[in-house]
Design a protein around this ligand. Sequence first.
Ligand SMILES: *[C@@H]1O[C@H](CO)[C@@H](O)[C@H](O)[C@H]1NC(C)=O
Ligand SMILES: *[C@@H]1O[C@H](CO)[C@@H](O)[C@H](O)[C@H]1NC(C)=O
Ligand SMILES: *[C@@H]1O[C@H](CO)[C@@H](O)[C@H](O)[C@H]1NC(C)=O
Ligand SMILES: [Zn+2]
Length: 425
Amino acid sequence: MSSLLLLLLLLLLLLLSAPASPLEFRYHDNSEMEQYLLHVNASYPDITHLHSIGQSVRGQELWVLVLGRTPTRHTVGIPEFKYIANMHGNEVLGRVLLLQLIDHLVRGYRDNEPWSSRLLNSTRIHILPTMNPDGFDAADTHCLYSQGRFNFNGVDLNRNFPDAFAGRRRAVIGWLRTESFVLSANLHGGALVASYPYDNSNGGSELVGGASVTPDNDVFVHLAKVYSFHHTSMHRGDSCHDSRPFLDGITNGYQWYPLPGGMQDYNYVWSQCLEVTLEVSCCKFPPVQQLPVLWRDNQRALLAFMQQVHLGVKGRVLDSSGVPVQNAVVEVKGRRNLCPFRSDQHGEYYRLLLPGNYTFTVTFPGHEVLTETLSVPYGPERFSALTHDFRLRRAAAPTSGPAPTPGPTLTSSISSASVSLAPVS
Ligand SMILES: *[C@@H]1O[C@H](CO)[C@@H](O)[C@H](O)[C@H]1NC(C)=O
Ligand SMILES: *[C@@H]1O[C@H](CO)[C@@H](O)[C@H](O)[C@H]1NC(C)=O
Ligand SMILES: *[C@@H]1O[C@H](CO)[C@@H](O)[C@H](O)[C@H]1NC(C)=O
Ligand SMILES: [Zn+2]
């Protein structure tokens, strides 16, 4: 082989292996965003999976990019995490941040950067960069106004979930039924604060000093602070001159302003998914030249928050023959969830908890009530929650078994119609 040919070959190899340039800091429109996601999906087939969960009112696909070592399906023991942005079409920083986050993770994994590799090894991450592409198309670039907030039918998507306290069960996102999400955040703009459930109240015992407090309030406060304190300024709580101060950059949703039909209450109460609402920029449509700085402000917070999916305890509920069971009630003493947490279709449960000792009660028809106390370490630094399987024993007589805790089963009782994601007729 001539040396010239060798040189050419070498050059070709270099070109093929050279890292493509990083994602540009600008507002990609919906079709550019789609092109980018298709490109990532094609370039990283081992760790990404792109699929559409439905269409907007105007027929635009709602693309979700899944990242992880087994991106196309759930793996027992690997928690499911999600980020959603641009639910309000005119609050646009979140979609820029999520595209940058995708870029950061796939490059990190490709370059064997340890943190990204450990995260993608241990976690399945779902990213929906825009929940309201029609609203984005209609948005003007004003910092405050609401042009583009609503979907094409004039519906505010964050007032349109079945309300946790209304007792009605109108409709729900089909997506939430297909995956057992454990932790989630929804990115908005117009303030700088991490807001956590509840957003609403029915005036019951959850109302404490103007806040509507969940049984997992300690975990929610921790999650919100993980974001605000990893953000360069959110934790100071005073960054937007036109907004009221937030202590530590966090707030109970209801205490800020009551909001029926919001997505975070819905996720928590009906999907066993702890979700917070992240207001990531004072200006809803920041000038394009500010995007690099805004990414830098949020980058560590976005990464650290995902790692929190490894809080607490995870495992399976097994029946007397060692077979995983669905719909076993897994309760933690002192935490009375409106809808008790149950094992999913894989027999798995995930319970986000801060380090400490917790007494679990597991209930399943025909089996003895199982009570166990677990000592829970801090999982995120190990990229794994404590793993513990509950082994049930068959009750002596079938009829003497404990009555199943009343309450809807998550997989069967929720209507599959979706007000928010399917076109509204
Ligand atoms: C993503 O990539 C895979 C593997 O190359 C391909 O089979 C699939 O069709 C792609 N998905 C989309 C939505 O293009
Ligand atoms: C990710 O998992 C693979 C396969 O189990 C392993 O070889 C690799 O060392 C892991 N990477 C990290 C950073 O833990
Ligand atoms: C949890 O229980 C262990 C004993 O099992 C004990 O050593 C430890 O101090 C307890 N931790 C807390 C936070 O109570
Ligand atoms: Zn919003």
